[in-house]
Design a protein around this ligand. Sequence first.
Ligand code: ZN
Length: 243
Amino acid sequence: MRILVISDIHANLDAFDAVLQDANGQWDYVWCLGDVVGYGPDPNECVERLRELPHLCLAGNHDWAALGRLDLNSFNPEARHAVGWTSGALSGNSRVWLEALQTTFVAGDFTLAHGSPREPVWEYIFEASVAAQNFPHFETPFCLVGHTHQPAIYEQQNGPGSVDMVLPDPRQRRQLNGRRQIINPGSLGQPRDQNPRAAYALLDLPDGVWEYRRVAYDVNAVQDRMRREDFPERLVRRLEYGW
Ligand code: ZN
């Protein structure tokens, strides 16, 4: 069984389709770690595309914000604008589907969450010290998270507070065994590691082999749609910088 692991699609259909094409026929099931909508111009199209696939999807903070479930004061002005636009654009079907998303899921050796196992919708795991605090909050050997839009692997060393951060190399197959790990596949639709290409991963089960990948997509096409809808220019431009 091979899992296509994606996160933070952020209503970017061109990036989503580029990933599906790149991973063509190499997976059986999709795990999506949340933020299907928000920021991008294609919220309903991305929900529909995901719903066509055999999948499991968790709720992210932008999914909840678009449903009016979160206080928007914690969002910056551009993000707030995107939430307002997304809220108005969501179809009834998309809304019902987003409403039903759960915040964590355990599948075999893997715990899944959008942000962290401790605070599934909100917490960012940007550094080893925060990852270390999160290892006691899940019971499986591995945890998959998104939310930061930056690919990373946090590996627990000997001793409970000791965690190493590893930045994975694309297209290198990494055997997951021995040590507990928190793994982030990066963002499919709005990367923030100064690499504009869509990020995703393939996970072989039950062997536990992780392969992280990047794929180029038509950034200009997405930017054109955003400009037609008067998205803030900073949100439009960040797609080409990967930030
Ligand atoms: Zn996100």
